[in-house]
Design a binder for this molecule. Structure first.
Ligand SMILES: Nc1nc2c(ncn2[C@@H]2O[C@H](COP(=O)(O)OP(=O)(O)O)[C@@H](O)[C@H]2O)c(=O)[nH]1
Ligand SMILES: [Mg+2]
Ligand SMILES: [Zn+2]
Length: 354
């Protein structure tokens, strides 16, 4: 196998040469569990840890390796390796960490496409789809919506659901599938290209692992038959999260996510709700919040039914979350800076004293 077979490209190679990383082995992180990683290279798979220096200088979660990363490593003893450097990522899928405001969590990196999976048999949650779309759009990852378990409902119900999604979400492909009958699989397979990386996004139990296992033709991922409540969403990484299909596509599974908080510091919301963004150009006030202002083109469009009300409400909710996330990040940075200053002053005082 060559590195290209698991997603390596010229950009990474260029960086490797520029940074003179020739003495290192290059590999991709295919699993992570509590700061232990499995790195796949052309020579094999290695359990790895980061250098002490890397841990010491890490400022946030983003400075640690994540599944999907390309890393420069040194191999010891045939099965153990040390990670020295993370090669720059071309995309990061991240979310606001549950219960730690201003702190992000990386879902996966160097992703080209994301399958946003939702089941057809439960109440359709378009808000949740929009939420994942926002995450994809702020990560520069191409989204594809997958409606799973269509074997559990009839044809009419399927088309009704598809219609409902399409009234709110435009320009994103939607594929309806069953992991049981494998209906829709040919469409999924058509999308999967050699050397590109695909990530599975969606709540626990929607069929991510089953889809991945079926596509790979082997049983690699543990599928979740345990109920969500007893399982507590905890994830046991004794298995690989990144696998390579026979056709050369690379798939990354993900543990189910109960909450997907918006950690959007770029313009994912604006891309997802592009109609709202367009309309806002015509609002009377430049800093219009589209909530109560007179002459608000967005509110006007909601009244007239041009914009779906539920979609508008979802936008507002995520906008609020985003603003809150940004303010907590700013707060955190300010605190870090103040702390830095304090340490500096302290050192200076010590110096002056002695
Ligand atoms: N009827 C039906 N059941 C499915 C389908 N896909 C997955 N399942 C079942 O749903 C449960 C959860 O699947 P799993 O792949 O573990 O979901 P994950 O948590 O998203 O990885 C398992 O019991 C699967 O057998 C499907 O298309 N149809
Ligand atoms: Mg799973
Ligand atoms: Zn407005």
């Amino acid at each position: 196998m060559r590195l290209e077979d698991f997603g390596y490209n010229e950009q990474f190679e260029k960086y490797k040469i520029e940074q003179k990383l020739d003495s290192f082995e290059i590999g991709r992180v295919i699993a992570e569990h509590k700061e232990r990683y499995i790195v796949k290279t052309t020579k094999g798979e290695y359990e790895a840890e980061i250098t002490g220096n890397m841990r010491y200088t890490a400022k946030s979660r983003e400075d640690f390796p994540a599944v999907g990363d390309w890393v420069a490593i040194t191999i010891y003893n045939n099965d153990f390796a040390i990670i020295h450097k993370i090669l720059p990522r071309f995309s990061i899928i991240k979310r606001q960490a549950v219960g730690q405001f201003g702190e992000i969590q990386i879902i996966a990196t160097n992703i080209d496409y994301a399958f946003i999976i939702q089941t057809a048999d439960r109440d359709l949650n378009i808000n949740r789809i929009e939420r994942y779309l926002t995450i994809c759009n702020s990560s520069k990852v191409q989204p594809i919506i997958v409606l799973s378990k269509i074997d559990l409902i009839n044809e009419n119900q399927i088309s009704e659901i598809l219609e409902n999604i399409k009234t709110r979400i435009k320009n994103v492909p939607i594929i309806a599938i069953s992991n049981q009958t494998q209906e829709g699989y040919s469409e999924i397979k058509k999308i999967i290209e050699k050397g590109k990386t695909y990530c599975m996004l969606g709540s626990s139990g929607v069929g991510k692992s089953t889809l991945l296992n079926n596509l790979s033709g082997k049983t690699i991922m543990r599928t979740d038959t345990i109920s969500q409540k007893t399982n507590k969403g905890r994830h046991v990484t004794s298995h690989r999260e990144l696998i390579i299909l026979e056709n050369g596509g690379i798939l990354i599974d993900n543990p189910g996510m109960r909450e997907v908080g918006i950690a959007d510091l770029s313009n994912g919301l604006e891309t997802t709700f592009d109609k709202i963004l367009q309309l806002s150009q015509s609002c009377k006030f430049k800093d219009c919040s589209h909530t109560h202002e007179t002459g608000c083109a967005v509110l006007d469009a909601v009244e007239k039914g041009v914009i779906d009300r539920a979609s508008y409400e979802n936008y507002k909710k995520m906008q609020k979350e985003k603003a809150y996330f940004e303010s907590t990040v700013a707060e955190r940075r300010k605190k870090d800076k103040e702390f830095g200053k304090m340490v500096k002053n302290y050192k200076k005082n010590i110096k002056n004293k002695y």
